[in-house]
Ligand binder design. Sequence first.
Ligand code: DQA
Length: 147
Amino acid sequence: MNIEVVHGPNLNLLGTREPGIYGRQTLAEIDLQLQAHGRELGARVRSFQSNHEGELVDFIHRSAEQGVDGFVVNAAAYTHTSVAIADALSGVARPYVEVHLSNVFARERFRHRSYLAAGAVGVVSGFGVDSYLLGLRALVDHLKRST
Ligand code: DQA
Protein backbone atom coordinates (compact mmCIF):
# COMPACT_ATOMS: atom_id res chain seq x y z
CA MET A 1 0.00 0.00 0.00
CA ASN A 2 1.47 3.34 -1.05
CA ILE A 3 0.41 6.49 0.78
CA GLU A 4 1.55 10.03 0.06
CA VAL A 5 1.34 12.73 2.72
CA VAL A 6 0.81 16.16 1.14
CA HIS A 7 1.84 19.20 3.17
CA GLY A 8 0.85 22.66 1.97
CA PRO A 9 2.30 26.14 2.46
CA ASN A 10 4.21 27.24 5.54
CA LEU A 11 4.30 23.76 7.03
CA ASN A 12 8.04 23.74 6.27
CA LEU A 13 8.25 26.24 9.16
CA LEU A 14 6.87 23.81 11.74
CA GLY A 15 8.98 23.74 14.86
CA THR A 16 9.31 27.52 14.97
CA ARG A 17 6.00 28.65 13.42
CA GLU A 18 3.46 29.76 16.06
CA PRO A 19 4.37 26.87 18.39
CA GLY A 20 1.41 27.67 20.67
CA ILE A 21 -0.87 26.67 17.79
CA TYR A 22 1.17 24.14 15.81
CA GLY A 23 3.51 22.62 18.41
CA ARG A 24 7.30 22.30 18.42
CA GLN A 25 7.87 19.32 16.17
CA THR A 26 9.50 19.94 12.82
CA LEU A 27 8.06 18.65 9.57
CA ALA A 28 10.97 16.19 9.26
CA GLU A 29 10.13 14.78 12.70
CA ILE A 30 6.47 14.44 11.77
CA ASP A 31 7.37 12.70 8.52
CA LEU A 32 9.58 10.19 10.38
CA GLN A 33 6.70 9.36 12.74
CA LEU A 34 4.38 8.89 9.77
CA GLN A 35 6.82 6.54 8.06
CA ALA A 36 7.22 4.51 11.27
CA HIS A 37 3.46 4.31 11.81
CA GLY A 38 3.04 3.34 8.18
CA ARG A 39 5.43 0.41 8.66
CA GLU A 40 3.36 -0.76 11.65
CA LEU A 41 0.24 -0.60 9.49
CA GLY A 42 1.85 -2.27 6.47
CA ALA A 43 1.94 0.85 4.29
CA ARG A 44 4.78 2.70 2.57
CA VAL A 45 4.45 6.36 3.48
CA ARG A 46 6.23 9.17 1.70
CA SER A 47 5.79 12.92 2.07
CA PHE A 48 5.87 16.04 -0.05
CA GLN A 49 5.70 19.70 0.96
CA SER A 50 5.31 22.76 -1.22
CA ASN A 51 4.44 26.41 -0.76
CA HIS A 52 3.08 26.55 -4.33
CA GLU A 53 -0.42 25.55 -5.34
CA GLY A 54 0.51 24.34 -8.84
CA GLU A 55 3.33 22.17 -7.47
CA LEU A 56 0.87 20.51 -5.14
CA VAL A 57 -1.50 19.90 -8.08
CA ASP A 58 1.36 18.46 -10.18
CA PHE A 59 2.46 16.26 -7.30
CA ILE A 60 -1.05 14.82 -6.89
CA HIS A 61 -1.19 14.02 -10.63
CA ARG A 62 2.29 12.48 -10.63
CA SER A 63 1.54 10.35 -7.56
CA ALA A 64 -1.55 8.93 -9.24
CA GLU A 65 0.42 8.12 -12.40
CA GLN A 66 2.91 6.28 -10.19
CA GLY A 67 0.19 4.23 -8.54
CA VAL A 68 -0.47 5.88 -5.17
CA ASP A 69 -3.31 4.27 -3.21
CA GLY A 70 -4.35 7.31 -1.18
CA PHE A 71 -3.34 10.62 0.35
CA VAL A 72 -3.18 12.21 3.78
CA VAL A 73 -3.57 15.92 3.01
CA ASN A 74 -2.83 18.97 5.10
CA ALA A 75 -3.28 21.62 2.44
CA ALA A 76 -2.78 24.31 5.13
CA ALA A 77 -4.09 27.70 3.96
CA TYR A 78 -5.00 26.24 0.54
CA THR A 79 -7.63 24.14 2.33
CA HIS A 80 -9.68 27.31 2.58
CA THR A 81 -9.08 28.68 -0.92
CA SER A 82 -8.07 26.07 -3.47
CA VAL A 83 -10.54 24.76 -6.01
CA ALA A 84 -7.48 23.56 -7.99
CA ILE A 85 -6.27 21.20 -5.27
CA ALA A 86 -9.81 19.94 -4.64
CA ASP A 87 -10.20 19.30 -8.39
CA ALA A 88 -6.83 17.54 -8.56
CA LEU A 89 -7.81 15.20 -5.74
CA SER A 90 -11.20 14.39 -7.25
CA GLY A 91 -9.59 14.20 -10.70
CA VAL A 92 -7.23 11.40 -9.74
CA ALA A 93 -9.99 9.57 -7.83
CA ARG A 94 -7.86 8.28 -4.96
CA PRO A 95 -9.22 8.32 -1.38
CA TYR A 96 -7.82 10.99 0.90
CA VAL A 97 -8.12 12.11 4.50
CA GLU A 98 -7.91 15.84 5.30
CA VAL A 99 -5.90 16.65 8.42
CA HIS A 100 -5.04 19.76 10.43
CA LEU A 101 -2.78 20.18 13.43
CA SER A 102 -5.04 22.85 14.93
CA ASN A 103 -8.80 22.72 15.40
CA VAL A 104 -9.72 24.93 12.47
CA PHE A 105 -13.31 25.27 13.75
CA ALA A 106 -12.09 26.89 16.96
CA ARG A 107 -10.23 29.56 14.95
CA GLU A 108 -11.09 32.42 12.57
CA ARG A 109 -14.21 32.05 10.41
CA PHE A 110 -12.23 31.90 7.17
CA ARG A 111 -10.70 28.65 8.40
CA HIS A 112 -14.13 27.03 8.83
CA ARG A 113 -14.55 26.54 5.09
CA SER A 114 -12.75 23.65 3.43
CA TYR A 115 -12.76 23.04 -0.32
CA LEU A 116 -11.37 19.55 0.32
CA ALA A 117 -13.63 18.15 3.03
CA ALA A 118 -16.59 17.19 0.84
CA GLY A 119 -14.46 14.83 -1.24
CA ALA A 120 -12.52 13.38 1.69
CA VAL A 121 -13.05 10.03 3.39
CA GLY A 122 -12.97 12.09 6.59
CA VAL A 123 -11.36 15.02 8.39
CA VAL A 124 -9.14 15.02 11.50
CA SER A 125 -8.51 18.43 13.05
CA GLY A 126 -7.12 19.64 16.36
CA PHE A 127 -4.94 16.83 17.67
CA GLY A 128 -1.52 18.18 16.73
CA VAL A 129 0.77 15.58 15.20
CA ASP A 130 -1.76 12.91 16.19
CA SER A 131 -4.11 14.36 13.53
CA TYR A 132 -1.68 13.07 10.88
CA LEU A 133 -1.21 9.71 12.62
CA LEU A 134 -4.95 9.22 13.15
CA GLY A 135 -5.60 10.27 9.56
CA LEU A 136 -3.04 7.78 8.27
CA ARG A 137 -4.54 4.99 10.36
CA ALA A 138 -8.05 5.83 9.16
CA LEU A 139 -6.94 5.94 5.52
CA VAL A 140 -5.17 2.57 5.74
CA ASP A 141 -8.24 1.01 7.40
CA HIS A 142 -10.43 2.50 4.66
CA LEU A 143 -8.18 1.14 1.92
CA LYS A 144 -8.05 -2.32 3.55
CA ARG A 145 -11.85 -2.40 3.72
CA SER A 146 -12.24 -1.36 0.10
CA THR A 147 -9.80 -3.86 -1.47
C1 DQA B 1 -3.54 24.16 9.29
C2 DQA B 1 -4.71 25.11 9.54
C3 DQA B 1 -4.81 26.14 8.42
O1 DQA B 1 -5.91 27.02 8.66
C4 DQA B 1 -3.55 26.97 8.36
O2 DQA B 1 -3.62 27.87 7.27
C5 DQA B 1 -2.32 26.15 8.30
C6 DQA B 1 -2.23 24.91 9.08
C7 DQA B 1 -3.33 23.18 10.46
O3 DQA B 1 -2.64 22.19 10.26
O4 DQA B 1 -3.82 23.42 11.56
O5 DQA B 1 -1.33 26.53 7.68
O6 DQA B 1 -3.84 23.39 8.13
